[in-house]
Design a protein around this ligand. Sequence first.
Ligand SMILES: Nc1ncnc2c1ncn2[C@@H]1O[C@H](COP(=O)(O)OP(=O)(O)OP(=O)(O)O)[C@@H](O)[C@H]1O
Length: 700
Amino acid sequence: MSEDFLQQDVRYVKGVGEKRADVWAEQHGVRTVHDLLRFYPRRYLDRTTVTPVRQLQEGPDSVTVVGTVRSVNVVPGNNQKRLEIILEGEQGGRMKGTWFQGVWWVRKAFDEGDRVAFHGTVEKYGRWHSMTHPDFDRLNDEGPLLDTGRIVPLYPGGEAMSNVGLTSRTVRRVLYDLFKEHGLKLTETMPDWIMDGYDLMEGRVALRAIHFPKTQQELSRARRRLKFEELFFIQLLLAQMHEQQEEVAGPAFDDPGAYTREFVREVLPFELTGAQTRALREIIGDVQTGTQMNRLLQGDVGSGKTVVAVAAMMHAYDSGYQSAFMAPTEILAEQHHANLQDYLQPLGLEPRLLIGSQTKAEREAALQAVRSGASPVAVGTHALIQDEVAFDRLGLAVVDEQHRFGVAQRAEMFEKGERPHMLLMTATPIPRSLALTLYGDLDVSKIDEMPPGRKPVETRLRAEKRRGEVYAFLNDRLEQGEQAFVVYPLVEESEKMDLKDAESGAQELQEKFPDYTVGLVHGQLSADDKDATMRRFKEGDIDLLVATTVIEVGVDVPNATVMLVEHAERFGLSQLHQLRGRVGRSDQQSYCVLMASYKRSQEAKQRLEAMARTNDGFEISETDLQIRGAGDFFGTRQSGMPDLKIADLTEDDEILEVAREAAFALIEKDPHLRADEHERLRRRYQEDYAEHGLGFARVG
Ligand SMILES: Nc1ncnc2c1ncn2[C@@H]1O[C@H](COP(=O)(O)OP(=O)(O)OP(=O)(O)O)[C@@H](O)[C@H]1O
């Protein structure tokens, strides 16, 4: 049976037309009948029960009544006219509906003798039960009752939508007619083995039921089916990417040689942890097979990912290949470059930095060293690969802070030219549901063990009035020869918000701690000045480093034991966790002090309490996801997250797991969906999903 109508433009659907179609497309991306069927309700009103007017009682719950209009009066009040409608119940009894706004407009909607339904909360005035501004439906219209006596869907709206009359009521009518005309033509896309194996409701029943549910049970089965389907198609794309990646040729590295050995045994002053060794073995296993590695290296702040990545780069160099090390920003690239210098110089190797803010001469020299193969590692931002920096022999690309790339970018990154092995590092612990969606195509190595001797960072929340105490504590730590960070959210003082900025903070601290050296870094310093200050801090010449969030990722100063965050209520949870990760990087006890006033924001309070409660990155990120929801978790634009219409990654993790299992099983069974039983699925996938990049947002 043909399903061509699914691709039909909505403007030709009964009850829509040009104007509404334009607004619908613009506001909600609804263009085709397929989109329209998936314009899901945002919530439902349960109007299944009609309360007899006689039995009305005052109360906070919304109720539905049905009756006949007995009188319609505009009543002059003291300073405001009001509309009063008297409704007589089907089994007797009278009540009032009252409007103070839209009096004339509502007045026109009613005539005496009309049969109508009111929905609202009931109050009692004198002897009258009354509803103020109730929702209402006229029941003498033709057709079935779509607005009363059932579970009624409410649709996403907005001003533009209501300006062209696309209210929930119209949408219901449009969809009802659409189902009447086409509903039976919808065919099932899922093969029987998935339908039965995962106990799914039939697709067309689910679509009808999501808009016009008969019962709550039916609604919840419909939701499950549609969420499954949505997540399934995303996982299908990931399963396919995974399958394809396994076939892509990549450089075949030799066994690890002298550089790798020397780095691990001589340069590092410690033994790798079990988790680091495992991760490194997994990487070494991948890069020797001759197919491209696509691996995510996941581990909490300070767990030792960079060290593993450097070992992998040395392995590349042993095999005659160079590596690219990419950070999301220039500042972070500079910091990684400084770290890499410390690691590689003892081996007589020179990593090169390539960023936009370099002088021409610096850049030329670096480019030359990379081009000739003299330098084993180039450090920079993503421009390293995108801007045609020529490598002599690129074999490995390490990408830090992977979550700022979307799936789409990743697929595109190496479409042309060589295919180096990919090692993606993320310091942001990601809830499993998000990880499966964002990195569902990758192999994963987890560093789930901290280097030995680490003591959990002690975290304290402090209000302004206890600043004296905080400074006394800071003084104690400095006296012990330890160092501290003080972080501010702003660079310049904001006139409006009267916040202390980093500069005046640094000055104040220098006055308070005259025996110690205070340094300052912020985003507006030149790269050289920043570098110089960071280096002095690392070498111990600076005791107290005042900074804006520049230091968020990548700084490694094990002797720093205090992280003092000013205006902590203004930071996001994962940002705070990253900042805290700057201390506690040795066997000394470390502290994180959050100076905050959060009386006004419940959310800030939740964030800060989570920080005080746990040091566990995964728990922090789960909490963050709960507080903010998946869309905002990474910042919507930056996330590369697919735009989900019905599934919610914060609560649908169980459905996600089974949808993923089904999708991967399918690709394993039938990689190109060629089997007859998968034909409809393949067509739907190509038409509605694959071509649109599955709605994976593009980043950048
Ligand atoms: N096995 C180990 N034993 C002791 N110290 C280690 C070990 N591995 C790493 N370190 C040290 O721990 C600190 C953090 O390591 P590294 O920078 O590799 O972590 P990371 O996971 O990349 O950190 P972040 O994500 O916070 O930047 C460094 O000072 C490093 O020298």
